[in-house]
Ligand binder design. Structure first.
Ligand code: EPU
Length: 334
Protein backbone atom coordinates (compact mmCIF):
# COMPACT_ATOMS: atom_id res chain seq x y z
CA UNK A 1 0.00 0.00 0.00
CA UNK A 2 1.33 3.44 -0.91
CA UNK A 3 1.28 5.95 1.95
CA UNK A 4 0.96 9.59 0.93
CA UNK A 5 1.88 12.55 3.15
CA UNK A 6 -0.06 15.74 3.79
CA UNK A 7 -2.99 14.41 1.74
CA UNK A 8 -6.08 16.59 1.10
CA UNK A 9 -9.28 14.96 2.39
CA UNK A 10 -11.54 17.58 0.81
CA UNK A 11 -12.98 15.09 -1.72
CA UNK A 12 -13.16 12.33 0.92
CA UNK A 13 -15.83 13.94 3.15
CA UNK A 14 -19.32 14.99 2.09
CA UNK A 15 -19.12 18.10 4.31
CA UNK A 16 -16.43 19.27 1.89
CA UNK A 17 -14.09 20.35 4.71
CA UNK A 18 -10.62 21.12 3.33
CA UNK A 19 -8.82 18.94 5.89
CA UNK A 20 -5.35 17.43 5.45
CA UNK A 21 -4.25 13.99 6.64
CA UNK A 22 -0.71 13.68 7.96
CA UNK A 23 -0.53 10.32 6.15
CA UNK A 24 -3.05 8.56 3.91
CA UNK A 25 -3.39 5.13 2.30
CA UNK A 26 -6.04 3.12 0.45
CA UNK A 27 -7.05 -0.40 1.52
CA UNK A 28 -8.11 -2.48 -1.46
CA UNK A 29 -8.05 -5.89 0.19
CA UNK A 30 -7.72 -7.49 3.63
CA UNK A 31 -4.08 -8.18 2.77
CA UNK A 32 -3.31 -4.43 2.94
CA UNK A 33 -4.40 -4.46 6.60
CA UNK A 34 -2.36 -7.51 7.47
CA UNK A 35 0.76 -5.90 6.02
CA UNK A 36 0.41 -2.70 8.11
CA UNK A 37 3.22 -1.86 10.54
CA UNK A 38 2.24 -1.15 14.14
CA UNK A 39 0.70 2.28 14.37
CA UNK A 40 -0.85 4.12 17.30
CA UNK A 41 -2.95 6.60 15.49
CA UNK A 42 -5.07 5.04 12.73
CA UNK A 43 -8.45 6.22 11.54
CA UNK A 44 -10.60 4.54 8.91
CA UNK A 45 -12.55 6.52 6.38
CA UNK A 46 -15.48 5.13 4.42
CA UNK A 47 -17.52 7.50 2.28
CA UNK A 48 -16.84 10.32 4.78
CA UNK A 49 -20.56 11.05 4.91
CA UNK A 50 -21.15 11.04 8.66
CA UNK A 51 -18.06 12.89 9.65
CA UNK A 52 -16.88 16.34 10.72
CA UNK A 53 -13.14 16.83 10.19
CA UNK A 54 -10.69 19.24 11.82
CA UNK A 55 -8.29 21.22 9.59
CA UNK A 56 -5.56 18.63 10.02
CA UNK A 57 -5.75 14.97 11.00
CA UNK A 58 -2.71 13.54 12.74
CA UNK A 59 -1.54 9.97 12.15
CA UNK A 60 -2.60 7.60 9.40
CA UNK A 61 -5.95 7.81 7.61
CA UNK A 62 -6.95 4.65 5.75
CA UNK A 63 -9.66 4.75 3.12
CA UNK A 64 -11.59 1.50 2.87
CA UNK A 65 -12.04 0.52 -0.78
CA UNK A 66 -12.58 -3.23 -0.29
CA UNK A 67 -15.05 -4.20 -3.02
CA UNK A 68 -17.27 -7.12 -4.03
CA UNK A 69 -20.93 -8.17 -3.87
CA UNK A 70 -21.51 -11.92 -3.75
CA UNK A 71 -24.35 -14.26 -2.82
CA UNK A 72 -22.80 -16.73 -0.39
CA UNK A 73 -25.92 -18.71 0.66
CA UNK A 74 -29.44 -19.08 -0.63
CA UNK A 75 -32.74 -20.77 0.27
CA UNK A 76 -36.29 -20.69 -1.14
CA UNK A 77 -37.12 -17.29 0.30
CA UNK A 78 -33.86 -15.41 0.83
CA UNK A 79 -30.23 -14.82 -0.10
CA UNK A 80 -27.27 -14.08 2.13
CA UNK A 81 -25.07 -11.43 0.51
CA UNK A 82 -21.44 -10.69 1.33
CA UNK A 83 -20.48 -7.11 0.54
CA UNK A 84 -17.05 -5.48 0.66
CA UNK A 85 -16.87 -2.69 3.26
CA UNK A 86 -15.71 -0.19 0.63
CA UNK A 87 -18.72 -0.67 -1.67
CA UNK A 88 -20.93 2.40 -2.04
CA UNK A 89 -24.12 1.84 -0.01
CA UNK A 90 -26.59 3.25 -2.55
CA UNK A 91 -25.00 1.33 -5.44
CA UNK A 92 -25.45 -1.83 -3.38
CA UNK A 93 -29.14 -0.93 -2.78
CA UNK A 94 -29.56 -0.44 -6.55
CA UNK A 95 -27.96 -3.88 -7.14
CA UNK A 96 -30.47 -5.43 -4.71
CA UNK A 97 -33.48 -3.70 -6.32
CA UNK A 98 -32.33 -4.68 -9.83
CA UNK A 99 -31.98 -8.32 -8.76
CA UNK A 100 -35.39 -8.11 -7.03
CA UNK A 101 -34.00 -8.78 -3.53
CA UNK A 102 -35.99 -6.93 -0.88
CA UNK A 103 -35.06 -5.46 2.50
CA UNK A 104 -32.89 -2.43 1.75
CA UNK A 105 -35.18 -0.41 -0.58
CA UNK A 106 -36.19 1.98 2.26
CA UNK A 107 -32.50 2.72 2.75
CA UNK A 108 -32.04 4.04 -0.82
CA UNK A 109 -29.83 7.08 -1.40
CA UNK A 110 -28.15 7.05 2.02
CA UNK A 111 -24.64 8.35 1.36
CA UNK A 112 -21.58 6.43 2.51
CA UNK A 113 -20.16 2.95 2.31
CA UNK A 114 -21.40 -0.51 3.28
CA UNK A 115 -18.62 -0.81 5.87
CA UNK A 116 -19.76 2.38 7.60
CA UNK A 117 -23.43 1.34 7.67
CA UNK A 118 -23.16 -0.85 10.82
CA UNK A 119 -21.15 1.77 12.72
CA UNK A 120 -24.18 3.98 13.19
CA UNK A 121 -26.80 1.34 12.34
CA UNK A 122 -28.10 3.46 9.45
CA UNK A 123 -31.84 3.87 9.29
CA UNK A 124 -34.54 5.65 7.36
CA UNK A 125 -38.27 5.42 6.67
CA UNK A 126 -39.04 2.65 9.13
CA UNK A 127 -36.07 0.34 8.43
CA UNK A 128 -32.69 0.03 10.15
CA UNK A 129 -29.61 -1.88 9.05
CA UNK A 130 -29.99 -4.25 12.03
CA UNK A 131 -33.30 -5.54 10.55
CA UNK A 132 -31.43 -7.32 7.74
CA UNK A 133 -27.98 -7.68 9.30
CA UNK A 134 -26.46 -11.16 9.74
CA UNK A 135 -22.86 -10.39 10.65
CA UNK A 136 -19.60 -8.74 9.65
CA UNK A 137 -15.85 -9.24 9.58
CA UNK A 138 -13.60 -6.58 11.01
CA UNK A 139 -9.86 -6.17 11.27
CA UNK A 140 -8.85 -5.16 14.81
CA UNK A 141 -5.80 -2.92 14.79
CA UNK A 142 -4.81 -3.76 18.38
CA UNK A 143 -4.93 -7.48 17.69
CA UNK A 144 -3.46 -7.55 14.20
CA UNK A 145 -6.17 -9.90 13.04
CA UNK A 146 -9.68 -10.29 11.71
CA UNK A 147 -12.71 -11.24 13.80
CA UNK A 148 -16.31 -12.20 12.96
CA UNK A 149 -19.09 -10.23 14.71
CA UNK A 150 -22.65 -11.51 15.21
CA UNK A 151 -25.59 -9.07 15.40
CA UNK A 152 -25.45 -9.33 19.23
CA UNK A 153 -21.71 -8.55 19.24
CA UNK A 154 -22.43 -5.30 17.40
CA UNK A 155 -24.80 -4.02 20.15
CA UNK A 156 -26.93 -2.00 17.76
CA UNK A 157 -29.02 0.86 19.05
CA UNK A 158 -30.58 3.95 17.52
CA UNK A 159 -27.77 5.30 15.27
CA UNK A 160 -25.41 3.45 17.59
CA UNK A 161 -23.23 0.33 17.89
CA UNK A 162 -20.15 -0.98 19.67
CA UNK A 163 -18.11 0.60 16.85
CA UNK A 164 -19.11 4.08 18.11
CA UNK A 165 -18.26 3.08 21.70
CA UNK A 166 -15.70 0.55 23.00
CA UNK A 167 -14.34 -0.22 19.54
CA UNK A 168 -14.37 3.37 18.29
CA UNK A 169 -11.39 3.87 15.99
CA UNK A 170 -10.11 0.35 16.65
CA UNK A 171 -11.45 -1.57 13.64
CA UNK A 172 -11.78 -1.63 9.90
CA UNK A 173 -15.00 -3.33 8.76
CA UNK A 174 -13.94 -5.48 5.83
CA UNK A 175 -17.06 -7.54 4.90
CA UNK A 176 -20.75 -7.18 5.80
CA UNK A 177 -23.35 -9.98 5.54
CA UNK A 178 -26.98 -9.03 4.87
CA UNK A 179 -30.05 -11.26 4.45
CA UNK A 180 -32.29 -10.12 1.57
CA UNK A 181 -35.71 -11.51 0.64
CA UNK A 182 -36.79 -13.03 -2.66
CA UNK A 183 -40.21 -12.16 -4.16
CA UNK A 184 -43.04 -12.05 -3.16
CA UNK A 185 -41.93 -9.12 -0.99
CA UNK A 186 -43.43 -7.65 2.13
CA UNK A 187 -42.73 -3.96 1.65
CA UNK A 188 -42.62 -1.50 4.56
CA UNK A 189 -44.62 1.62 3.72
CA UNK A 190 -45.60 2.48 7.29
CA UNK A 191 -43.74 5.79 7.17
CA UNK A 192 -46.27 8.52 6.30
CA UNK A 193 -44.16 10.23 3.65
CA UNK A 194 -43.78 6.96 1.70
CA UNK A 195 -47.46 6.04 1.68
CA UNK A 196 -48.32 9.62 0.69
CA UNK A 197 -45.85 9.61 -2.22
CA UNK A 198 -47.09 6.21 -3.46
CA UNK A 199 -50.70 7.40 -3.26
CA UNK A 200 -49.85 10.53 -5.25
CA UNK A 201 -48.29 8.25 -7.85
CA UNK A 202 -51.42 6.06 -8.00
CA UNK A 203 -49.54 2.96 -6.79
CA UNK A 204 -51.60 0.69 -4.55
CA UNK A 205 -49.47 -2.47 -4.66
CA UNK A 206 -45.92 -1.17 -4.59
CA UNK A 207 -42.93 -3.24 -5.72
CA UNK A 208 -39.56 -2.77 -3.99
CA UNK A 209 -38.58 -0.58 -6.97
CA UNK A 210 -41.64 1.66 -6.34
CA UNK A 211 -40.65 2.01 -2.67
CA UNK A 212 -37.04 2.76 -3.58
CA UNK A 213 -38.16 5.38 -6.15
CA UNK A 214 -40.45 7.00 -3.55
CA UNK A 215 -37.67 7.13 -0.93
CA UNK A 216 -35.29 8.67 -3.47
CA UNK A 217 -37.86 11.35 -4.35
CA UNK A 218 -38.54 12.15 -0.66
CA UNK A 219 -34.85 12.36 0.22
CA UNK A 220 -34.12 14.56 -2.80
CA UNK A 221 -36.90 16.97 -1.80
CA UNK A 222 -35.71 17.32 1.82
CA UNK A 223 -32.01 16.66 1.98
CA UNK A 224 -29.28 18.63 0.22
CA UNK A 225 -27.15 16.78 -2.35
CA UNK A 226 -23.59 16.77 -0.93
CA UNK A 227 -22.28 17.32 -4.47
CA UNK A 228 -24.01 20.71 -4.40
CA UNK A 229 -23.96 21.72 -0.71
CA UNK A 230 -21.61 20.02 1.73
CA UNK A 231 -23.39 18.20 4.58
CA UNK A 232 -23.47 15.00 6.63
CA UNK A 233 -27.19 14.31 6.77
CA UNK A 234 -28.76 14.59 10.22
CA UNK A 235 -26.18 16.33 12.41
CA UNK A 236 -27.91 15.45 15.70
CA UNK A 237 -29.90 12.44 16.92
CA UNK A 238 -33.57 12.76 17.72
CA UNK A 239 -33.63 13.00 21.54
CA UNK A 240 -35.52 10.47 23.62
CA UNK A 241 -37.20 11.91 26.71
CA UNK A 242 -39.60 10.61 29.41
CA UNK A 243 -43.31 10.90 28.54
CA UNK A 244 -43.87 13.10 31.64
CA UNK A 245 -41.23 15.57 30.44
CA UNK A 246 -42.87 15.63 27.02
CA UNK A 247 -46.31 16.24 28.56
CA UNK A 248 -44.87 19.29 30.32
CA UNK A 249 -43.41 20.45 26.99
CA UNK A 250 -46.85 20.09 25.37
CA UNK A 251 -48.27 22.62 27.86
CA UNK A 252 -45.99 25.27 26.38
CA UNK A 253 -45.80 23.93 22.80
CA UNK A 254 -49.10 22.16 22.02
CA UNK A 255 -47.99 21.35 18.45
CA UNK A 256 -44.78 19.55 19.42
CA UNK A 257 -44.45 16.35 17.31
CA UNK A 258 -43.34 13.07 18.90
CA UNK A 259 -43.05 9.33 18.28
CA UNK A 260 -43.93 6.89 21.06
CA UNK A 261 -41.22 4.52 22.36
CA UNK A 262 -41.43 1.65 24.83
CA UNK A 263 -40.92 2.30 28.58
CA UNK A 264 -42.87 5.58 28.79
CA UNK A 265 -40.37 7.39 26.59
CA UNK A 266 -40.95 9.51 23.48
CA UNK A 267 -38.72 10.57 20.62
CA UNK A 268 -38.92 14.26 19.70
CA UNK A 269 -37.70 15.29 16.21
CA UNK A 270 -34.54 17.35 16.70
CA UNK A 271 -35.34 19.05 13.38
CA UNK A 272 -38.50 20.50 14.93
CA UNK A 273 -36.69 21.70 18.07
CA UNK A 274 -33.99 23.43 15.99
CA UNK A 275 -36.59 24.85 13.62
CA UNK A 276 -38.52 26.32 16.60
CA UNK A 277 -35.34 28.08 17.68
CA UNK A 278 -35.39 29.92 14.36
CA UNK A 279 -32.32 28.30 12.79
CA UNK A 280 -33.93 26.72 9.72
CA UNK A 281 -32.48 28.15 6.50
CA UNK A 282 -30.37 30.65 8.45
CA UNK A 283 -26.75 31.15 7.42
CA UNK A 284 -23.91 31.84 9.86
CA UNK A 285 -20.73 32.64 7.93
CA UNK A 286 -20.03 29.65 5.72
CA UNK A 287 -22.33 27.33 7.64
CA UNK A 288 -25.95 27.12 8.81
CA UNK A 289 -29.08 24.95 8.83
CA UNK A 290 -30.50 23.66 5.56
CA UNK A 291 -33.64 25.41 4.30
CA UNK A 292 -35.78 22.24 3.99
CA UNK A 293 -34.55 20.35 7.08
CA UNK A 294 -33.16 22.18 10.11
CA UNK A 295 -31.45 19.01 11.38
CA UNK A 296 -28.97 19.13 8.51
CA UNK A 297 -26.00 21.47 8.98
CA UNK A 298 -24.41 22.60 5.73
CA UNK A 299 -21.16 23.98 4.34
CA UNK A 300 -21.95 26.78 1.88
CA UNK A 301 -18.31 26.65 0.75
CA UNK A 302 -15.05 27.21 2.60
CA UNK A 303 -16.34 26.30 6.09
CA UNK A 304 -13.74 24.89 8.45
CA UNK A 305 -14.53 21.98 10.75
CA UNK A 306 -14.21 24.35 13.71
CA UNK A 307 -16.72 26.79 12.21
CA UNK A 308 -19.30 24.01 11.79
CA UNK A 309 -18.53 22.61 15.25
CA UNK A 310 -18.89 26.03 16.91
CA UNK A 311 -22.22 26.55 15.14
CA UNK A 312 -23.41 23.11 16.28
CA UNK A 313 -22.49 24.15 19.84
CA UNK A 314 -24.65 27.27 19.45
CA UNK A 315 -27.55 25.11 18.24
CA UNK A 316 -27.11 22.73 21.20
CA UNK A 317 -27.06 25.61 23.70
CA UNK A 318 -30.08 27.35 22.20
CA UNK A 319 -32.18 24.16 22.18
CA UNK A 320 -31.13 23.44 25.77
CA UNK A 321 -32.12 26.95 26.90
CA UNK A 322 -35.47 26.96 25.10
CA UNK A 323 -36.61 23.37 25.72
CA UNK A 324 -34.37 22.00 28.48
CA UNK A 325 -33.46 19.15 26.08
CA UNK A 326 -29.83 18.17 25.55
CA UNK A 327 -29.19 17.21 21.92
CA UNK A 328 -26.49 14.73 21.02
CA UNK A 329 -24.43 14.85 17.82
CA UNK A 330 -25.00 12.00 15.38
CA UNK A 331 -21.98 12.74 13.19
CA UNK A 332 -18.54 11.51 14.20
CA UNK A 333 -16.32 14.42 15.14
CA UNK A 334 -12.62 13.68 14.54
N1 EPU B 1 -39.35 19.00 11.41
C1 EPU B 1 -39.57 20.34 11.48
N2 EPU B 1 -38.67 21.20 10.91
C2 EPU B 1 -37.56 20.75 10.27
C3 EPU B 1 -37.33 19.38 10.18
C4 EPU B 1 -38.24 18.51 10.76
O1 EPU B 1 -40.55 20.80 12.05
O2 EPU B 1 -36.78 21.61 9.79
C5 EPU B 1 -40.30 18.05 12.04
C6 EPU B 1 -41.52 17.74 11.22
O3 EPU B 1 -42.61 17.73 12.13
C7 EPU B 1 -41.30 16.34 10.73
C8 EPU B 1 -40.44 15.74 11.81
O4 EPU B 1 -39.66 16.83 12.30
O5 EPU B 1 -42.50 15.67 10.59
C9 EPU B 1 -39.55 14.62 11.35
O6 EPU B 1 -38.76 15.03 10.23
P1 EPU B 1 -38.27 13.97 9.13
O7 EPU B 1 -39.41 13.12 8.69
O8 EPU B 1 -37.52 14.73 8.10
O9 EPU B 1 -37.33 13.00 9.92
P2 EPU B 1 -36.20 13.24 11.03
O10 EPU B 1 -36.69 12.66 12.30
O11 EPU B 1 -35.78 14.67 11.04
C10 EPU B 1 -34.97 10.96 10.68
C11 EPU B 1 -33.56 10.50 10.49
C12 EPU B 1 -33.13 10.65 9.03
C13 EPU B 1 -34.08 9.81 8.17
C14 EPU B 1 -35.53 10.30 8.40
C15 EPU B 1 -36.52 9.43 7.70
C16 EPU B 1 -32.42 10.87 12.61
C17 EPU B 1 -31.44 11.71 13.36
N3 EPU B 1 -32.66 11.26 11.35
O12 EPU B 1 -35.00 12.37 10.43
O13 EPU B 1 -31.83 10.09 8.90
O14 EPU B 1 -33.76 9.92 6.81
O15 EPU B 1 -35.85 10.24 9.83
O16 EPU B 1 -36.58 8.18 8.32
O17 EPU B 1 -32.93 9.90 13.15
C18 EPU B 1 -29.50 10.64 8.99
O18 EPU B 1 -29.42 9.87 9.94
O19 EPU B 1 -28.50 11.26 8.54
C19 EPU B 1 -30.80 10.86 8.36
C20 EPU B 1 -30.97 11.72 7.34
Amino acid sequence: MTILSNYSLEDCNTFGIAAKAERFGIIQAEQDLFSLDFEDNIRVLGGGSNLLLPDSVEGLVLKNEIKGIEIVAEDDTSVLVEIGGGENWHEFVMWAVEHNYGGVENLSLIPGTVGAAPIQNIGAYGVELKDIFEGLNAYLFDEFGEEAFTPEDCRFGYRDSIFKRELKGKVCITRVYLRLQKAPHKVNVSYGAISKTLEERGISEPSIKDVSDAVIAIRQSKLPDPKEIGNSGSFFKNPEIPQAEFDALLQKFPNAPSYPLPNEMVKVPAGWLIDQCGFKGVRYGNTGCYKNQALVLVNYGGATGKEVYDFSEKVLQTVLEKFGIQLEREVNVW
